[in-house]
Write a protein that binds this ligand. Structure first.
Ligand code: CO
Length: 134
């Protein structure tokens, strides 16, 4: 089921400061900010030779990362995104195995214009998992 690591996501309290740190201090190539109101976040991507880093800042009043940042005020690793070939087949297989899919179980369109789903962190050793169909 699992393909490549598409990205590792880090929640940050200040996206401009995080962009500057990744671009100027670490010398990374950072995309322009992209608002994703349906996901309650604004994101940038740092392009690396083998994968991407997604920097997430809350967007709107009920952002799903607000509580995470309350617990981790300076930011922290938020999720890891694996690529899958068929997200509905992956979802059905995972649910049959007892894994919990967040939300209503229907994929949403993610930052790359592709369907994504999130899996409950308690089912995967404390790590929130995003699946992206590629
Ligand atoms: Co992500």
């Amino acid at each position: 089921m699992l393909g490549r690591v598409n990205h590792v996501a880090i929640a940050v309290p200040d996206l401009a400061a995080a962009t500057a740190a990744y671009r100027d201090t670490l010398g990374g190539s950072v995309s322009a900010p992209q608002a994703l109101p349906e996901h309650g976040v604004t994101v940038v991507f740092v392009e690396l030779p083998n994968t991407k880093i997604e920097l997430l800042q809350p967007l709107g009043a009920d952002s799903p990362i607000a509580a995470f940042l309350d617990k981790n005020p300076s930011g922290g690793m938020h999720h890891i995104c694996y690529e899958v070939g068929d997200i509905l087949a992956a979802r059905d297989q995972l649910m049959q195995a007892g894994a919990r899919v967040l939300g209503n179980g229907q994929p949403k369109i993610g930052a790359h214009g592709k369907p994504v789903l999130f899996l409950h962190p308690k089912d995967f050793f404390g790590t929130l998992i995003e699946l992206e169909q590629v």
